[in-house]
Write a protein that binds this ligand. Sequence first.
Ligand code: S3P
Length: 179
Amino acid sequence: MTRTLETDRPIVLIGLMGVGKTTVGRRLAKALGLKFRDADEEVERAAGRSVSEIFDDFGEAAFRDGERKVIARLLDEPPMVIALGGGAFVDPETRARIKEKGVSVWLQADVDTLVKRVSRRDTRPLLRDQDPHSVLQRLLEARTPAYAEADIHVDASAGSHQTTLDLIMQALEAREAEA
Ligand code: S3P
């Protein structure tokens, strides 16, 4: 079902690895009748390599440069739903651009939930050969001040992706009613 929400700005999903940004983002885009883009996939397409290969071949700094450019480009396209990689919103330039042009939604979950979800895929270079719980705990602490600047905060830990989607829709509708 396509909702009647006016979406004149891109909706940008942020939050840690494993929280469900891509899955929820796809569903949100469908519900709103908007295009969906995953920033990691766009970086991979532009580089012709996977995120892991970019980290291995060029280093994290090069990945972050590519990520910044890709997100800047997506924000200038007609409004869509964009799922960011977990580190992207920490970049001050990207954060400023999203504040100016988009609506940011922080999907939050506790570390135990994230650990369960990231264990389903091993494509994330920051978790390779590391204890996922300690990495995610450290990243959550380091990134919370940046993530907290998001326009909307949604609890994505307990419920299904559908519940998360409903919470986002409610928050977007509330924002629109206030505007
Ligand atoms: C990263 C998260 C990943 C990907 C890269 C770095 C991070 O995206 O961008 O591996 O710094 O948290 P997801 O959050 O989609 O897993």
